[in-house]
Design a binder for this molecule. Structure first.
Ligand code: SAH
Length: 232
């Protein structure tokens, strides 16, 4: 729709839309300034197919190909707020993302100054496209094409794990790759609706009492497919 206006006008419109979205996120309760600053910095249009760039600052999930979606900005902000590092944690903070998709969530983490980002995707075409995108945008994240429900044991333990697809249960392999004090944000539920949980590892022991769970609101994610998710 904005295709025949000048690039200057288009970016002015997008900037106004971005400011309106940030207001909406604040009104919905997002408070962490580092998270809001990251959403202000990262150009969501860079993570969308050409035909959808004009909708970058609508607070909706959008298709990115291969039947997958880029999450709603509110969802990204909410999940990121649940695992945001303190300024003291930031220099060494190590995060694992399951479900790279477009790379937008990883870009938000990078914009917050997190330097140790690991992200796993299972669909080859999304992996390849996002690998090119990260190179073009200068985003530093280590990528892997594999079943993320098994985590990335070579780089464990993680201070935070973010699962951006809906799981039938908390994947055990991921829980075991959390550092003591580390937090995993994971949507758990059916294939059509999930609740968000934050799992905190309180002990090094591997039993269930090594973890504490907090429950948050309902969200809708695409399914997490794999050995410790839904069967592919
Ligand atoms: N974080 C992404 C959201 C992508 S949607 C973004 O910011 O754009 C969820 C992604 O999880 C999809 O790309 C899907 O292919 C991927 N996925 C689903 N199951 C997976 C698994 N077991 N391992 C890795 N990625 C998985």
């Amino acid at each position: 729709m904005l295709d025949h206006v000048s690039t200057f006008t288009r970016s002015t419109v997008r900037e106004a839309q971005k400011q309106a979205l940030l207001q909406e996120l604040r009104a919905k309760g997002i408070k962490n300034e580092a998270v809001l600053q990251a959403l202000a910095t990262v150009r969501r249009e860079d993570f969308l197919p050409e035909a959808l760039k004009a909708r970058a600052y609508e607070n909706v999930s959008l298709p990115i190909g291969a039947g997958q979606t880029i999450s709603q900005p509110y969802t990204v902000a909410f999940m990121t707020e649940l695992l945001a590092p303190t300024p003291e944690q930031l220099p060494t903070y190590k995060v694992l993302e399951i479900g790279t998709g477009s790379g937008y969530q990883a870009a938000i983490l990078a914009a917050m100054g997190i330097r140790h980002i690991f992200t796993v995707e299972r669909i080859p075409e999304l992996f390849a496209e996002t690998e090119k995108r990260f190179a073009a945008l200068g985003i530093q994240a280590q990528m892997r094409l594999s079943d993320g429900t098994l985590g990335w044991s070579e780089n464990a333990q993680f201070d935070a794990i973010i699962v951006t697809a809906g799981s039938p249960d908390v994947p055990e392999a991921l829980a075991q790759q959390l550092a003591v004090g580390g937090k995993m944000v994971v949507p758990v539920g059916s294939q059509t609706s999930q609740r968000l949980y934050r799992i905190t590892r309180v002990h090094a022991a591997s039993g269930a009492d090594a973890f504490q769970a907090e429950e948050f609101q309902a969200f809708r994610f695409v399914p997490l497919l794999g050995e410790q998710g839904w069967s592919a």
